[in-house]
Design a protein around this ligand. Structure first.
Ligand code: GAL
Length: 385
């Protein structure tokens, strides 16, 4: 960045390098013009590192970030890493070598990028952590994400509502006394978000476990035991199959399963249906939560199979990441709305958190179709067009 902006105004360059170092200088809005001439947006390249294409949400995120940046005239280097950590580190190294001016990174393992980020800092390349916090590095300049604890609270609440313990207004239903058997799943232990989701959900569920309304019949309640490496659908299916064998083969009723992500939810549902439960909620399939409003799960919700998901509007997250990238390019300090929550082990990273919505079947039309996130045809087919 500094290389290019130096061709333009000195003040702009200075402001940019201050902002890039996280020093938060006053900034200049005139960074693109000056004695040396104008910096053309097409001279600026933004490297965008995404984790995987196996989940649609990351494809939607990547496309939305790319399209938005290109609409502003910037060059974009968008890379997916197939959920492979060495691939992602190589891609980021490559982006730096080929002259990226800003990096937007959704990490696979939040702790694996320290040396890449050192290289980025050495070249004054601002680094924006996208959705997932990058840990153990002082060289993370900003974090754009959703309120991850609130996602977990929404998941725990949706589980209780699906099971009929809370009504739609969140009020305790008097005759739903239990005890109800549930099982718990968490996300990938190397993704900083997974802990926030689990803690948020347990903040809602633990009091009901303590008062005996809910019983985790397998006894598996600690994060490391219930975590799902790389958010794998297959791993979740196989853990659910094992739980069904170990804990429910005596005919005990399972009422609900906390799932932190739609891919995991579908693995769980396959395992449940595999032992003859369901096939849908009306026919006795346990309540399963989710996250991301992936189209395959939205169809399952529409069909009464999966109970709920959490909608994170990736278009808004992409837009926010572009606003932050633009601020860095202009030598300004991006606007944060949280400067306390996200300690990455070295520093608290200034963050911008977006809100989320819970989706049950009746919310699909107003939240997902009306906002053009999915079309009614996609909801019916379960396939993104
Ligand atoms: C998390 C993300 C979730 C979900 C999950 C699996 O980091 O916050 O929304 O996408 O990864 O991809």
């Amino acid at each position: 960045m500094r290389r290019k902006i130096t061709m333009a105004a000195t003040a702009g360059a200075l402001a940019l390098s201050l902002a890039a170092c996280g020093g938060g200088g006053a900034g200049s809005t005139e960074g693109e013009e000056g004695a040396g001439g104008e910096v053309d947006a097409s001279d600026i390249t933004v490297g965008v590192a995404m984790p995987t294409e196996t989940s649609e949400r990351w494809i939607a995120d990547g496309n939305a970030v790319k399209d938005g940046l290109e609409a502003l005239g910037y060059q974009v280097d968008l890379q997916y890493a197939g959920d492979d950590i060495p691939t992602q580190t190589q891609q980021i190294d490559q982006m730096i070598t080929s002259g990226a001016d800003v990096l937007i990174i959704a990490s696979i393992d939040g702790t694996a990028l320290t040396s890449q980020l050192e290289n980025a800092a050495a070249q004054d390349i601002p680094v924006i952590a996208y959705d997932r916090l990058i840990r153990d590095s002082e060289n993370v300049d900003f974090y754009v994400t959703f309120d991850n604890f609130a996602v977990g609270v929404a998941q725990g609440t949706a589980l209780l509502r699906g099971m009929g313990i809370l009504d739609a207004a969140g009020t305790r239903v008097a005759d739903a006394a239990g005890p109800f058997n549930i099982e718990l799943f968490a996300g990938s232990p190397d993704d900083n978000n997974a802990g926030f989701f689990f803690e948020g959900a347990m903040s809602v569920l633990q009091p009901l476990i303590d008062d005996g309304t809910l019983v985790v019949k397998s006894g598996q309640t600690d994060f490391d035991t219930v975590a799902t490496l790389r958010w794998s659908q297959e791993a979740a299916q196989s853990r659910m199959e094992n739980l069904l064998t170990s804990t429910y083969s005596d005919g005990s009723m399972l009422a609900g399963v906390l799932s932190p992500f739609d891919g995991i939810s579908r693995g769980i549902i396959t395992a449940l249906q595999g032992v003859g439960m369901g096939p849908d909620i009306e026919a006795g399939l346990p309540i399963v939560t989710g996250q991301d409003a992936e189209i395959a799960s939205v169809k399952l919700i529409n069909d009464g199979v999966q109970s709920s998901t959490i909608f994170k509007d990736t278009r808004k997250l992409a837009e926010q990441s572009i606003t932050v990238a633009q601020a860095f390019i202009d030598g300004e300090e991006p606007e944060a709305n949280d400067t306390e929550t996200y300690d990455n082990g070295i520093k608290v990273v200034p963050s911008y958190l977006l809100t989320v919505d819970t989706v049950f079947a009746e919310d699909i039309a107003p939240l997902l179709v009306d906002s053009e996130y999915w079309t009614a045809d996609e909801v019916a087919s379960g396939v993104a067009e």
